[in-house]
Write a protein that binds this ligand. Structure first.
Ligand SMILES: O=C(O)c1ccc2[nH]nc(Br)c2c1
Length: 160
């Protein structure tokens, strides 16, 4: 049984994230979407909200489950018998940092990272950019699953 992890902040998950997760779900017996807990990072949604939203939008894939973790990703992989880390690459600019992380993670644990080119439709997407655009009233409806778009609009309305 091969298990992979798709780690990230997912604050919130975008259509770009969902594209990577859905494609990984076709390649591995099980995919764990791991939401990063980072106490030092202010997020728009709590870990609980992010995992709940991800569970809603990944329910379509029976071999995908959602979890959260803090600390080293390689420790999470070891504790959960995960053999591969799957990361989306949106552009060359992603590569330097992701290569460094992949080499460090392999050095630490032998866990390999598989890079998946994002669908060109979503290669400009970042959660932070989507939040910024939505904050100023921009239309992000084609960039997020409907349920996450709804939650984002509610959260931004609370903050106005
Ligand atoms: O939303 C982000 O910040 C973000 C970062 C890095 C990423 N790689 N692949 C994807 Br899809 C992706 C999304």
């Amino acid at each position: 049984m091969t298990r992979a992890v798709c780690p990230g902040s997912y604050d919130p998950a975008t259509n770009g994230h969902l594209d990577i997760i859905g494609r990984a779900a076709k390649l591995f017996d099980e995919v764990v979407v791991a939401v990063l807990i980072n106490k030092n990072k202010r997020t728009l949604f709590s870990v609980e909200e992010r995992t709940e939203m991800l569970r809603e939008v990944t329910a379509q894939w029976p071999n995908v489950r959602v979890d959260s973790w803090h600390g080293l990703l390689v420790d999470y992989c070891r504790e959960n018998d995960i053999k591969a880390i799957v990361k989306g690459l949106r552009a060359v600019s992603d590569y330097d940092y992701e290569l460094q992380m992949a080499q460090m993670n392999h050095q630490l644990s032998g866990v390999d990272t598989l890079f998946m080119p994002t669908n060109p439709l979503y290669s400009f997407l970042a959660s932070s950019l989507v939040k910024d655009v939505a904050t100023y009233g921009g239309d992000v409806s084609s960039l997020l699953p409907p349920s996450i778009l709804h939650r984002l609009n509610l959260r931004l309305a609370e903050r106005r």
